[in-house]
Design a protein around this ligand. Structure first.
Ligand SMILES: [Zn+2]
Length: 317
């Protein structure tokens, strides 16, 4: 950003004034967000896993809000036919906010044993699927390939940096315009940011109450970022989407996808279950701006922005 940007500032005081005004607006927008809004219990459903979230307090919540404000700005600029360079600057700002949070959360997640950070290779392949589900429905279309191959033992070195993830965003963007709900029939149970004894702070996702063995679908086109098992989230799938967001599907009884697998909107990725720290079978669905706990956004408004309406009553098929 440096050289070109600074030259620009020197050459055009008008542009500089405009940029400062935009910055002021952004700060104002951030300041007017109520302090409690978006505060989250990163330790969703993980009360006994040792995630203490030392580094995921108000700082992370503020960064997430800053990211969402930056994203809204990018979208407004796109809609208003702004100059390409203006949009690019705004997009760069969004990614800078996210990348800073990304690095911090990743370091903290590794330290606290979050399997997504500790073993992003997707050792889900080693989980014994199905043993936790009480009455899985027979799935006629299930294939033997749904048992992923074990991953190599070696410590994965290929943890993608935000930069490489960012690069793939634009490439995916045009294809990732179809979105869907993660389940077909459900009751909504615990909502985002709900308080309760089950969560260290607040609930970090949206729960869909369903019987074990109910198909779970990718909400959009993307790539499986990780499949893990054994922590409070039980068997979980994390998908990276073309718009830069991640969706998490937890407590599954079975995982049908492998790390790095491409998935499309509505593709079945597993079956719901009661694995991990739960009081009953349900899907825990989360939307994050990084792969890590502590960067989640409100999932239902996020789906609504993609024209996916999730209501409290069982959805018609
Ligand atoms: Zn939940």
């Amino acid at each position: 950003m440096g050289r070109e940007h600074h030259a620009h500032l020197r050459a055009a005081p008008g542009v500089r004034a405009a940029l400062l005004a935009l910055l002021a607006l952004l700060l104002l927008a951030l300041a007017t967000v109520p302090a409690g809004a978006g505060s989250h219990g990163y330790a969703g459903n993980t009360g006994n896993t040792g995630y203490d979230g030392n580094n995921r307090g108000g700082d992370a919540a503020r960064a997430v809000r800053a990211h969402e404000a930056a994203r809204e700005r990018v979208e407004r600029l796109r809609e208003s036919d702004a100059l390409a360079s203006t949009i690019k600057d705004a997009e760069r700002r969004r990614r800078t906010v996210r990348d800073g949070l990304w690095d911090r959360l990743r370091a903290g997640a590794r330290g606290s044993g979050d399997p997504v950070a500790v073993d992003p290779s997707g050792r889900g392949g080693r989980c014994r699927f199905g043993q936790r589900s009480r009455s899985p429905q027979p799935q006629p279309q299930s294939k033997p390939q749904s048992q992923p191959k074990p991953e190599p033992e070696s410590e994965p070195k290929s943890e993608p940096k935000p930069a490489s993830e960012s690069e793939s965003e634009s490439a995916d963007e045009s294809r990732a315009d179809r979105w869907t709900a993660p389940m077909r029939r459900y009751w909504l149970s615990a909502g985002y940011a709900a308080k309760g004894s089950r969560w260290a702070r607040r609930h970090t996702g949206q729960d869909f109450a369903v019987n074990s063995g109910t198909p779970v679908y990718a909400v959009g086109t993307g790539t499986v970022r990780a499949t893990t098992c054994g922590d409070g989230f039980g068997n979980q799938v994390l998908i990276r989407h073309g718009d830069g967001y991640f969706t998490q599907y937890a407590h599954l009884s079975r995982i049908d996808v492998r790390k790095d697998q491409r998935v499309t909107a509505g593709q079945r990725i597993g079956l719901s279950g009661a694995s991990g720290n739960v009081t009953g079978p349900h899907l825990h669905f989360e939307v994050r701006i990084t792969p890590y706990l502590g960067s989640e956004v409100a999932p239902l408004p996020w789906l609504r922005r993609k024209a996916v309406l999730v209501s409290g009553t069982p959805a018609a098929r």
